[in-house]
Design a protein around this ligand. Structure first.
Ligand code: CIR
Length: 252
């Protein structure tokens, strides 16, 4: 079995990205591209088959492929991103996933960003952010009916996406940006961290974390979690985290 990681090249228009909570600061696109190449290299180093989609130069947020789809073992759900500027990203993601999964679609009036969807076992948590609404929760519930998932809406506060604020660092440990969500929702042991440290990418053998999370490494190591720091500082200026830059799934 292969594990695929779909990514997309960093676009020339990155500096015109959507921003919700952060202030716009200059972004060095060249540096963002080098960091993104390193991110892809790390995925390959851990055995993932990286498929890089061609650059969409004018779609400023198109490197954040996570938001355009949710990939489950049983199917994939093509989203309708909450920011209208991001909807043109969807057709190429749909085409990229078509060889791998039966596809379903989130439709108007629903809006959903993949970054709001956290899957823990058979639970699909959906962040009710500025990008994702209750209609999306209902549509997702209907799509996965029959696959034995529970779809659970989660109010979030002060974070762009649910996964900006929460990472499942292990089956039994969630990492939460303090004050963003009610930890009780997940029914798991948790640790609270600074907002910029909470988005980590759990691979099968390691958890990739951004530089601001480095000082939590001893705490994570004490839980038996192997951590690797990956510098995504330029894309972080566009409010992107490590999960946002890939769609990871198993393929036959
Ligand atoms: C946006 O606001 O849509 C982008 N600038 C950042 C998207 C990051 N994606 C994610 O957290 N899943």
């Amino acid at each position: 079995m292969k594990i695929i990681a779909i990514t997309r090249a960093v676009p020339a228009a990155l500096a015109e990205c959507e921003l919700t909570y952060q202030t716009r600061v200059p972004i060095d696109v060249g540096r963002a591209r080098r960091q993104h190449a390193e991110y892809q290299r790390v995925l390959q180093q851990h055995g993932y088959d990286v498929i890089e989609l061609p650059e969409a130069p004018e779609l400023a947020d198109s490197v954040f492929v996570e938001d355009a789809a949710i990939v489950l073992d049983e199917c994939a759900v093509i989203t309708r991103p909450g920011a209208a500027s991001r909807r043109p990203e969807v057709p190429t993601i749909r085409a990229a996933l078509a060889p791998f999964r039966v596809l379903h679609e989130i439709r108007e009036p629903a809006t959903l960003d993949g970054g709001d969807v956290l899957i823990l076992g058979r639970s699909i948590f959906v962040g009710l952010s500025k990008r994702t609404n209750r209609a999306a929760v209902e549509q997702l519930r209907e799509i996965v009916r029959g696959f034995d998932y529970e779809v659970i809406p989660v109010p979030i506060d002060g974070a762009l996406h649910l996964k900006s604020a929460i990472t499942a660092a292990a089956d039994e440990l969630v990492v939460i940006a303090a004050g963003t969500v009610d930890p009780a929702v997940f029914g798991k042991p948790y640790i609270e961290v600074d907002a910029e440290a909470a988005n980590m990418l759990r691979l099968h053998d390691v958890v990739l974390c951004p530089p601001p999370a480095a000082h939590y490494i001893p705490q994570l190591a004490a839980e038996g979690i192997n951590v690797q720091v990956v510098d995504n500082s330029e894309l972080a200026k566009a409010e992107g985290g490590l999960t946002c830059c890939s769609l990871i799934f198993a393929s036959a």
